[in-house]
Design a protein around this ligand. Sequence first.
Ligand code: THU
Length: 146
Amino acid sequence: MNDKKLMETAVKAREYSYSPYSNFRVGAALLCADGSVYTGCNMENAAYTPGICAERTAVYKAVSEGKRDFLAIAIAGGPAGILELTAPCGVCRQVMREFCDPDSFRIILGTGEEDLRSYLLKELLPLSFGPENLGRTTAEKEDETP
Ligand code: THU
């Protein structure tokens, strides 16, 4: 799975975006270390706060199915009918930080499959707070991997 294919998958996932309030449609595709890919779209709500971003949908789907080892995520977003460079919100960056290695996890942005750019999580979330700050080591996390 290369970056272009992962972005293609994010663009497809965007078709399911439920965003009647903002009309900003987002799809995400999360690549796991075992090669599997989990997709997500944003889902809004009439009560506003229950809404969720595409990126977190993808991460939560994967974790809830036993995956915790992630390599990269591609994000495709923009107003209906348009793809524009869409970077993950701060909450989604923090959720990635829980499960992903900031030094190697890649966040792939672009306007669809064009103009792909890859950032490391540590670049988009510098000086971050993570599981290690609460005394949890990577080894401990691995022990708990289902
Ligand atoms: N959104 C995402 O799904 N991901 C992003 O990276 C940015 C924002 C969603 C949340 C909301 O449904 C809409 O886009 C407008 O903020």
